[in-house]
Design a protein around this ligand. Structure first.
Ligand SMILES: Cc1cc2nc3c(=O)[nH]c(=O)nc-3n(C[C@H](O)[C@H](O)[C@H](O)COP(=O)(O)OP(=O)(O)OC[C@H]3O[C@@H](n4cnc5c(N)ncnc54)[C@H](O)[C@@H]3O)c2cc1C
Length: 409
């Protein structure tokens, strides 16, 4: 039985959309489907958007409850029979440098735009907030390139996508698995013109912590932020860094040094639903899945490249058609499920054991104190990330050990 259902409370019939915050991924399907526009997305104290029902205008039709897709599906086989696996590098070095992995998103979206289609994806607005937006040309699309490690605000984009599809147009939707799942459920039927593309996602950080972090950096540098790149590749794909350009100064720190990255990877600031994500499976919700091809240096040394390689899972016939269509713009090779290391296809991210402590400090002592206190590695974590992991990667043992750790932890 789904965890969300109509409940009687306080003697009146009222719809409750989720039991606890971990049951809501914030996909907006319920808000978009409401026939009375009675649902709005409102921020909680930690900065995540949750649906709130206006009980005065709600007609209790239950559409919002039924559309919720955040339920775990169990599958008999671990790997779907028809899923194909590829390693992909965009032929243009410049595209790879501006993308998080190998630039598959650019190749796919180029193909859609050339067909007169519309692309939806996550981009920064002028305040460096992450929002889902629409692109009908490459200039608009370029803003969607690269990972932004913050939960994106979808606004009313599902309703907009539906009307574009109803007009018979081709649409590429890109986003997290839960955003893809929400859109699919909201649409409620197959559209031949819709291509769903999800990214491997180990969790989305709080937009509020990101806002506070921007203020923290601006205070430190006494200048205004002009650009942000979460996956700067000056030191290579494997050593990606957060690069923030101010009016004159530049901040650049890698994943082991930047406090926001440390809070992200230590799993302090993810949305509560990420710790119980229902999409951590090889059975994908979309036509095509993109991820970093971690482990390629061991499985395909000659194809490996430190400007980035995208792991592409082709999940459906539509996905396979896209892969064939982008063949000429990319270097692509077919491979197998044993060639990469990707724990998020097997199990959700585990919350930091100090999660509650972090948020308590954040809420009572302020963001700067919390960022300074928790946004740094302990000597033990530093040793593991800076010394042990690179050593294990060189010897080729890393994939094996990491896989075993994630399976049995
Ligand atoms: C929050 C987050 C967590 C991730 N976790 C993993 C992981 O655990 N393992 C892994 O291999 N890869 C992860 N990735 C995905 C990976 O970094 C690349 O996005 C992916 O490999 C595609 O790279 P590309 O070079 O083909 O294209 P790119 O140009 O890098 O792709 C950009 C695409 O990502 C989408 N996107 C960017 N930011 C967001 C966002 N905040 N919300 C929704 N969509 C977004 C854009 O819409 C666009 O479609 C994560 C990305 C994000 C945003």
């Amino acid at each position: 039985m789904p965890p969300l259902f109509l409940r009687k409370q306080m003697g009146t019939d009222m719809i409750h959309l989720y039991k606890e915050k971990g049951n809501c991924c914030g996909c907006t399907a319920c808000m978009n489907i409401c026939p009375r526009h009675s649902i709005s997305m409102e921020r909680d104290a930690r900065g995540f958007l949750y649906p709130v029902i206006d009980q005065k205008t709600c007609i209790e039709c239950g559409a919002c409850v039924n559309v919720c897709a955040f339920h775990k599906t169990e599958y008999e086989e671990i790997i779907p029979k028809d899923q194909l696996v590829y390693g992909l590098k965009h032929k243009q070095q410049e595209v790879r440098e501006k993308s998080s992995s190998g630039g598959a998103f650019t190749a796919i979206s180029d193909y859609i735009l050339k067909q007169g289609g519309t692309v939806y994806g996550a981009a920064f607005n002028e305040y460096f907030e992450v929002i889902h937006s629409q692109a009908v040309d490459t200039k608009q699309r370029d803003k969607m390139r690269g990972s932004k490690y913050v939960q994106s605000d979808l606004g009313n984009i599902f309703t907009e996508i539906k009307s574009v599809l109803e007009a018979g147009k081709l649409v590429l939707f890109t986003g997290t698995p839960c955003q893809n799942g929400g859109l699919k459920s909201y649409l409620g039927k197959e559209y031949p013109g819709l291509i769903l593309c999800d990214i491997a996602c180990h969790g989305v950080p709080s937009p509020k912590v990101w806002e506070d972090y921007k203020v923290y950096l601006e205070d430190r540098y006494k200048e205004t932020i002009q650009s942000v790149n979460f996956r700067n590749k000056d030191s290579g794909w494997r050593e990606s860094a957060l690069k923030v350009e101010f009016d004159k100064k530049v901040y650049k720190k890698n994943m082991q040094e930047d406090p926001f990255y440390i809070l992200f990877f230590s799993h302090y600031i993810l949305r509560p639903s990420c710790y119980q994500c229902v999409y951590t499976s090889f059975h994908r919700v979309s036509d095509i899945t993109l991820a970093d091809f971690w482990g390629i240096e061991n499985s395909h040394k000659n194809f490996s490249d430190n400007t980035g390689v995208t792991l592409v899972l082709s999940n459906t016939g539509k996905g396979e058609k896209i892969v064939k269509a982008i063949w000429k713009d990319t270097d692509i090779m077919e491979t197998s499920h044993t060639a990469f290391y990707q724990p998020i296809f097997e199990t959700p991210s585990k919350a930091s054991p100090r999660l509650q402590e972090f948020w308590q400090v954040y809420e009572t002592q302020g963001s700067t104190t919390a960022i300074k206190k928790y946004g740094r590695l302990s000597p033990m974590q530093w040793g593991i990330k800076k010394i042990a992991v690179p050593l294990l990667k060189k010897t080729g043992l890393y994939n094996l050990i990491a896989k075993a750790y994630f399976r049995f932890r």
